[in-house]
Design a protein around this ligand. Structure first.
Ligand code: ISJ
Length: 303
């Protein structure tokens, strides 16, 4: 039986000493549903045991993946692309991404007022990329500048403390299927905006949220070709076994199997192709120009 993520988290929670992990790359991966296909071989396939000899993987929130990579607590991170602007000298592993070509479902601005009237926004503290995309949306495309207030992803309390809430990942996916109950708690009809769709319709470009990245020092301890192959093969295996992932995740997240299936096959795009790289560059230019990130990072890839 493959271990569940929670069991995985518990076992890797007993952190390995430096000596024990020589030769094993410490991976910080996102624990939401959306990266599940990328991580398929690490959790579900016959390759799991072999990969466990090379990688020590654990799951956390996107902001913490970036934090762990920045602090040297992880060697390889599935990190929000916005973190490339603040963590120096990272190399992107080619091939895999968490992106969307139109509607992503799981990045939502839920608002009491129309988008261009938002003055205060409670922003999920687990996000780095979507917070920056939202700032670009307001400052560049709408010409507004709402105050962003960091907040835990609790939509009801977020809407008590601000005009709008920015939710990401599983809480956003669940919220997107629970409009009536959230609107009942808010005592009004709400406005729902899909941040990826707001970006893709305005730019004609993919919306790119996360990539695999590591430092040159970490790369020096590994075999680059094998790393690229392991991550891309895992993505391919995941996309070839979507029904396994639907069966696994339907017990773990309060949305229907059909939504999980559509989310993994239509809403999220997993291939870091040339259009995604062009989209990242455009996002970084706009994000730097609007002060959403300190500066546009140079994009460097593992070769
Ligand atoms: C599609 C998503 O993309 C995520 C959003 C991120 C962010 O806002 O920083 C980072 C990683 C991705 O997992 C999602 O979580 O819903």
């Amino acid at each position: 039986m493959p271990k569940t993520r929670n069991q995985n988290r518990a076992s890797t929670g007993q952190r390995l000493s430096k000596l024990e992990r020589v030769g094993r790359l410490r991976i910080s991966a996102i624990g939401f549903l959306n990266p599940a296909p990328l991580l398929y071989d690490f959790e579900h396939s016959a390759k799991r045991e072999a990969l466990a000899e090379r990688y020590d993987i654990h799951y956390t929130l996107p902001s913490n993946c970036a934090h762990e990579l920045a602090e040297g607590e992880a060697d390889l991170g599935l990190i929000p692309i916005a973190a490339l602007a603040t963590i120096p000298d990272l190399l992107i592993v080619p091939g895999c991404t968490i992106a969307s070509l139109r509607r992503v479902r799981s990045i939502q601005i839920v608002s009491r007022v129309p988008l261009d009237q938002i003055r205060t926004l409670a922003a999920d503290t687990s996000s780095r990329s979507s917070v920056a995309y939202a700032k670009v949306l307001f400052r560049h495309f709408l010409g507004t500048d709402p105050e962003f207030r960091p907040h835990a992803p609790l939509v009801d309390t977020m809407l008590e403390h601000a005009d709008a809430a920015l939710l990401i990942g599983d809480p956003a996916l669940i919220a997107s299927e629970s409009h009536p109950v959230i609107e009942m708690h808010a005592s009004q009809r709400l406005y729902w905006y899909d941040v990826a769709e707001e970006w893709t319709t305005r730019t004609g470009l993919p919306w790119v949220a996360a990539i695999w990245a590591l430092s040159a020092e970490a790369l020096a301890q590994t075999n680059a070709a094998l790393l690229i192959d392991d991550l891309n093969a895992s993505r391919d295996a995941g996309l070839a076994h979507i029904e396994d992932l639907v069966a696994h995740w339907k017990k773990r997240i309060a949305v229907s199997p059909q939504i999980i299936r559509t989310y993994l096959t239509e809403n999220i795009h997993y291939v870091l192709d040339e259009r995604c790289v062009a989209a990242m560059k455009h996002f970084f230019d706009l994000a730097a120009a609007t002060g959403a990130i300190p500066q546009a990072p140079e994009l460097r890839f593992v070769e």
